[in-house]
Ligand binder design. Sequence first.
Ligand SMILES: [Zn+2]
Length: 210
Amino acid sequence: MNALPPLDAHAHLNPARTAAELEAPCAILAMTLSLDEASFAVGRHDPAVAWGVGCHPRKLRAQQAFDEERFRRLVEQTAIAGEIGLDTGCRVPLDLQLRTFRQALAVLTGLPRLVSIHSYQATGLMIEELRRQPVAVPVLHWWTGTAQETREAVALGCYFSVHSAARATASSARRSRPSECWSRAITATPIHRPPFRAASSGWSTWWPNN
Ligand SMILES: [Zn+2]
């Protein structure tokens, strides 16, 4: 039996690329940044890529345009949701982010999906929201929570998508994070060739709206 291919659990790909351009030596969970991008992506059929439906917390226009029913219709077409979440390190008003995140979680509590969640400078807040509205398979991307928050996340069934930069500092992180975090880590393996870009920054430089 062939070994399973490597997995990149959090990438940003341009859905305007051709299928040939998105051929990859690994399986990719591709996160979108807005419902407009998602509506373009979920209609694709790429053997190695599963497209998520997202609304990134750092994207003001995407947040303003978020619509719960449109999100639901898109999520019903795919197995992945993301990237969604909270970020207090950006200029997008937190009340707007919270409205979007809560509405997205409300949809996802009724649909069993893998959900890639962003929580930059908002780890405690994100955990609080997830506790109110748990989802089937939460995957925390670039997690920076405390040991206590990590235990709470694990108790909520969270996994952690870990990219190469995080792995490089894993030895120091291991000292500050509970071991259960590392036993629930999945990879976000960067692919260093165009049109792919490492997920380390959480952004795609070649997506035209960035
Ligand atoms: Zn991202």
